[in-house]
Write a protein that binds this ligand. Sequence first.
Ligand SMILES: Cc1cc2nc3c(=O)[nH]c(=O)nc-3n(C[C@H](O)[C@H](O)[C@H](O)COP(=O)(O)OP(=O)(O)OC[C@H]3O[C@@H](n4cnc5c(N)ncnc54)[C@H](O)[C@@H]3O)c2cc1C
Length: 389
Amino acid sequence: MARVVILGAGFGGLAAARRLRRRLPRGHEMVVVGEDDHFTFRPSLPWVVLGLESVELIVRPLRPALERLGVDFVHDVVESIDVFRRVVHLRRRRLPYDVLLVAMGADTDRAAVPGGERYGFPLLTPDQALKARQALAGALGEPVVVLLLEGTGHLTPAYELALTLARGDFRPPTRATGRGLAGRKGGAGRRAVFRVHVVTEELKPLERCGICVSRRMERELHRAGVTLHLDARAVAVGAGGVELADGRRIQAAVTFLFTPYLGQGAVLRSPGLGDGRGLIDTDWTQRSLVSQRVFAVGDATAFPGQKTGQIAEAQAAVAADAIVALLEGRPISRFYRPQVIGLLELGGGRGLFFRHAPVWDPRADIALAGRWPHLAKVAWARYFLTRYF
Ligand SMILES: Cc1cc2nc3c(=O)[nH]c(=O)nc-3n(C[C@H](O)[C@H](O)[C@H](O)COP(=O)(O)OP(=O)(O)OC[C@H]3O[C@@H](n4cnc5c(N)ncnc54)[C@H](O)[C@@H]3O)c2cc1C
């Protein structure tokens, strides 16, 4: 019987653990390692900024959820992986494995633009969402910049923030907005509209998600009064806004920062495992190119293009099936077919559903806007959290 170790308990790690536990005989040991003992449903962070969702609803303890699945949870930090000896070096112990799945997500480079670390507001954790919320509350009526740096994997949340702030979805904290109101359009609280600038190095908004969604987004930004600065490179972020490479300055009281992806330090410290950025190259079965017994999914992979929780879950299903086949001595027969399926907030209680399959189905791009994609996003958040927690 084998020991399967999953590193990371985010979208990819949880989905793989669930599928593997259902498909592998109980005799196989399954261990999930996570440096946080809580899971955060990051797609809801923009709602936390706006005051439409409470942190308690989107942060859940991991151990009981995994134990219910029949999976051991080790709360520890991965320092490095020795793929040649099949051992994970944790901060407190060594953990040998027979098969390894890396789902540790990615880090981001906050130092990518001077002043970014000091003056920019990232949006990766609940604390950061609450800090941004506080900053916005102190800047009502002032301009806001949403800055997307080259190489960011978080394009859709950036545009969600821009549109919802421009369309008056922000509820200042002075009014109690209650818990989990996103599904009911935010209740009766006072609303604040911001003048929003989006600064991006893209030539068209969201162009990596396909032409349909890009055109739709351009129209939505125009209608919402968002000023779009395309093909624009920021060279500095300061207390008063953003300075661009062409010499322009864009004034802003709050600058949201969507920084480039970097691999995790643990991968960078693992000889042979990652590329120069610390991201892991895989084939279409999600198996690493350097070891037959290592798989990788989600933001941790070197797979080009947009990265999302939906992609991490889809890749996790493929990797889990491949691991089962490997342990049963069968050939691997399932492959990941890249596609992005997204639900994106447009503000004012509307949303956008889109699908983009660049490699195998380029003509099947869809972008549908309306009230239902917003409701579907709310339902997805509830469904996801109920399914695992
Ligand atoms: C604001 C925002 C909004 C988003 N909205 C959407 C959306 O609407 N739809 C969508 O599909 N996606 C969305 N995303 C993207 C989505 O959150 C990510 O793509 C997804 O979380 C990637 O899943 P993952 O499993 O690869 O990594 P993660 O979810 O990042 O999980 C990584 C796991 O690894 C653990 N870990 C990391 N390093 C170590 C270490 N050294 N030792 C031990 N454990 C470690 C972490 O604690 C975590 O448990 C959004 C992201 C952001 C920031």
